[in-house]
Design a protein around this ligand. Structure first.
Ligand SMILES: NC(=O)c1ccc[n+]([C@@H]2O[C@H](COP(=O)([O-])OP(=O)(O)OC[C@H]3O[C@@H](n4cnc5c(N)ncnc54)[C@H](OP(=O)(O)O)[C@@H]3O)[C@@H](O)[C@H]2O)c1
Length: 312
């Protein structure tokens, strides 16, 4: 089969489109013919840090059709359409075929196209777990989404609105109209205004991108407010992980998210998409032989929504 293999530590030009052996499922695995796969910051960041999957093939968010199943598989049969998150089982999605345990997969509704399905897992689950699990989002709350332009941010805005919050969002000029169209009540263009310095305060802040001191975030939290660090500059991530708990004295809570893939949350996201309550924003589409270009684009840090690779 064709796959994109990472063969050396370094930049995206080390990704090679080539022939490799087609994987064979063991008794507890499903073999999937991949139709579409989306790229995530996780792929790019792991590659830059030299954290390489065992099979040297990145790509976690897949959508495809079951080709064959191991003898212990109960939930799926050949021909079923599935959506998967392979981030906890060795990646392998930038390829024509991949194997996965059934817990990494859910059925794909026929109505949801393969490329739409592939855009959902990591970004959708991350936004959901940040808002609902870490952020305990409540109807009517004032929520700030910092970094609303990318994969996670575009889901976060829509999910926060779905949960009934009043949503403010931060992005650059080119994403202001898109963020408004996703339902944000108030959009702050970070190239023109510093959201940490105006008078607005929030019940929940989801920090997805950018780089601001924890004290600046804490200052704009309402009493009993929660700050959830999802991502952004490495400095922001380290600060939140190391000092967030220290700064959670008093009524304000500062925490970090490490999203965990699971079938229930993926089903929740997929159902919202099936019911037209939320939608992924697809910024660019690539073919499998152009994954290196796709990763270079993602690495620039300004993707507008999701970037999808159509394999079929
Ligand atoms: N904690 C977890 O479990 C978890 C899970 C998944 C992802 N993450 C992390 O979450 C972050 C976002 O992931 P992603 O997949 O959404 O990435 P992405 O799609 O590559 O995000 C790109 C977006 O970031 C925005 N951005 C860049 N600089 C910004 C700034 N200074 N202020 C506000 N927005 C800015 C860009 O918008 P503009 O062009 O408008 O600047 C662009 O739309 C990454 O750091 C990733 O590692 C964490």
């Amino acid at each position: 089969m064709k796959a994109v293999v990472y063969n050396k530590k370094g930049l995206p030009d080390k990704l090679i489109y080539c022939d490799v052996e087609k994987p064979r499922p063991n008794d507890n695995e499903v073999l999937i013919k991949i139709h579409a796969v989306s790229a995530n910051a996780a792929d790019y960041r792991s590659m830059r840090m030299g954290i390489i999957p065992k099979k040297r093939i990145f790509g976690a968010d897949i959508a495809g059709r079951v080709e064959s199943v191991g003898k212990n598989i109960r939930q799926f049969k050949p021909g079923d359409e599935v959506i998967g998150d392979l981030s906890d089982c060795g990646f392998g999605g930038f390829a024509e075929y991949a194997v996965a345990p059934e817990k990494a997969l859910i059925p794909k509704p026929t109505k949801v196209l393969f490329e739409i399905a592939a855009a959902l897992p990591i970004a959708g689950i991350t936004a959901l777990q940040a808002l609902r699990d870490k952020g305990n989002i409540q109807k009517g709350q004032k929520v700030l989404i910092v970094g609303s332009g990318g994969g996670v941010g575009t889901f976060a805005v829509q999910l926060a609105k779905y949960f009934g919050a009043e949503v403010a969002a931060v992005c650059s000029s080119k994403n202001v109209a898109q963020t408004s169209s996703l339902g944000a009540d108030y959009v702050i263009d970070y190239t023109k205004e510093d959201f940490t310095k105006n008078k607005r305060c929030y019940d929940l802040i989801i920090a997805i991108n950018g780089n601001h001191p924890l004290f600046a975030y804490k200052r704009i939290l309402n009493p009993n407010g929660i700050y959830v660090m999802v991502g952004g500059a490495l400095l922001q991530i380290f600060r939140s992980i190391l000092f967030g708990w220290l700064m959670s004295f008093g009524s304000k809570k500062m925490c970090s998210l490490a999203a965990k893939s699971n079938q229930k949350d993926l089903e929740f996201i997929v159902k919202l998409v099936e019911d037209d309550k939320i939608k992924p924003i697809i910024d660019r589409r690539y073919s499998l032989d152009k994954v290196a270009d796709c990763m270079k684009y993602l690495g620039e840090g300004h993707a507008r929504g999701k970037v999808v690779i159509n394999v079929e």
